[in-house]
Design a protein around this ligand. Structure first.
Ligand code: PMP
Length: 484
């Protein structure tokens, strides 16, 4: 084995030899993780962290059955998929058995980016069109082709320019997006958000071009844990199909039972995609992904006469691992666990929303939860600084790892390994409550100073009232903190 380095030596070597564009979590004090087990990770000093970040370690870090399946296959044979192998065909059989009937043909790849890249090729080939509709804030991978459909990246200050054949529709975020449930309490938000996609389709048809594909995460993770309004995908899919395009569901983050009620997140929207892309959880940390599609789309790809070859995609080790992951999900009832715990987390986080004004919204499905922090609940003003502070405090003080995301980076994200337990949920909730209470306290202290300043500056009457109100609140929060 390699020699164990001190943490500072690891940092020094990393700074020297690893591209600076590869960013670390917790940049000011990065974690050196040396071991993982289930829903826990351990640093070089043996400190245990509760992992609420790693949706890749889907069935738990280093799950013994997955490790055994991979090690055994690695010790037996690993070669490319130009040789017959049972693990490959059985993996395809199990994967497609979880999908609606027309989705019965697989292509195996090594990552989510590769899956989405191949999905675009399949769609462009099948439709003989080029234009793609994507959602604002979406991320679909790091390859050139999928960076083009990832506003999450190309909308950043130093990002590349959007290309003409990519069309960006609004992210269907009914809390903080273009159409909100506050602004349009009685409207059909699914319809409102589908309209811009339909408009793009109409414009493309009028130009005589149509579209090749619409691609979206079934629940947008990088956009800030977004649950699209009911009926959204149904209407979007109709419009895209009318324009001759295919619908691609990116299930790279949200697939394999995470949403609890279903195996795939697209099922919650009652649609059947033409192409589904899967990766991350499929290998529990091992790089494997797949594109699942219909026989007609696969046949059109074959008819080009250009063979598809991917050196590692579908190798026996990757497939043995993916088969073990799918087995463990069933054997351990992890989808049901996600549903049960998701309901618990949503209920308890909803309670925190009642108690703390800085919690603007709580949303999620299964073990895919987002908690949006705001500085003004009525105006829904995102509180980016608060989210960063909470993420760091959760790690430093409580050894609980959570991340933040969304266009304003103010959404606390939970997507833990699916073996997350009730005790883990309580550990998270207790720590999170402490952070919110302290945060509120700090904010109120700042408010007291501001109000006191205003009082000295002559705005006495209103300032005195505000101070009295804030003081009452402050005392209530103080009691709360002491009770934690
Ligand atoms: N799609 C989505 C929704 C993702 O979240 C990611 C990775 N974060 C990708 C695609 C790309 O996957 P990979 O990093 O495995 O290439």
């Amino acid at each position: 084995a390699s020699q164990q380095l001190s943490k500072s030596e690891t940092i020094k070597l990393r700074n020297k030899h690893i591209g600076q564009a590869c960013q670390l979590f917790y940049r000011s004090d990065p974690l050196k993780i040396v071991r993982g087990q289930g829903q826990y990770m351990f640093d070089e000093e043996g400190t245990r962290y509760l992992d609420c970040i790693n949706n890749v370690a889907h069935v738990g870090h280093c799950h013994p059955e997955v490790v055994r399946a991979g090690a055994l296959q690695m010790a037996t044979i690993s070669t490319n998929n130009r040789f017959l192998h049972d693990e490959l065909v059985q993996c395809a059989q199990t994967l497609t058995s979880k999908m609606p009937a027309p989705l019965s043909v697989c292509f195996f790849v090594n990552s989510g980016s590769e899956a989405n890249d191949l999905a675009l090729r399949l769609a462009r080939n099948y439709t003989k069109r080029q234009d793609v509709i994507t959602l604002d804030h979406a991320y679909h991978g790091h390859l050139q082709s999928v960076m083009e459909i990832s506003p999450y990246k190309f909308n950043q200050p130093g990002g590349e320019q959007k290309v003409d054949y990519v069309h960006v529709a609004p992210c269907p975020d009914s809390y903080g997006g273009q159409y909100t449930d506050k602004q349009f309490p009685d409207a059909d938000l699914g319809l409102l958000y589908a309209q811009p996609v339909a408009d793009i389709c109409e414009r493309q048809l009028a130009k005589g071009q149509g579209v090749a594909a619409f691609i979206a995460e079934s629940l947008q993770s990088c956009g800030g844990q977004i649950l699209p309004p009911a009926g959204y995908f149904q209407r979007v899919y109709e419009a895209v199909h009318r324009a001759g395009g295919l619908c691609i569901a990116d299930e790279v983050q949200v697939g394999f039972g995470r949403v609890g009620s279903h195996y795939w997140a697209f099922e919650t929207q009652h649609v059947v995609p033409d192409i589904v892309c899967v990766a991350k959880p499929m290998g529990n940390g091992h790089p494997v992904g797949a594109v699942v599609t219909t026989p007609a789309i696969a046949q059109a790809f074959h008819a080009t006469g250009v063979a598809y070859f991917n050196t590692y995609g579908g190798n026996p080790v990757s497939c043995a691992i993916a088969n073990a992951v799918m087995r463990v999900i069933e054997q351990e009832g992890l989808q049901q666990n996600a549903q049960r715990l998701g309901e618990y987390l949503l209920r308890e986080c909803g309670q925190l929303k009642q108690e703390f004004d800085c919690v603007g919204d709580v949303r999620g499905l299964g073990l895919f939860v987002g908690i949006e922090l705001v500085s003004d609940r009525d105006e829904r003003v995102p509180d980016t600084a608060a989210a960063r502070w909470v993420v760091n405090r959760m790690k430093q003080l409580h050894q609980v790892l959570v991340s933040s995301d969304g266009p304003n980076d103010n959404v606390i994200k939970l997507k833990p390994p699916m073996c997350f337990s009730l005790e883990n949920a309580d550990e998270f909730l207790l720590a999170f409550r402490e952070c919110l209470a302290t945060l509120t306290c700090d904010h109120l202290q700042q408010a007291r100073v501001a109000v006191a300043d205003a009082a000295t500056n002559g705005v006495i009457a209103t300032a005195a009232d505000t101070l009295a109100n804030k003081t009452k609140l402050f005392e209530r929060q103080d009691r709360l903190i002491k009770s934690v």
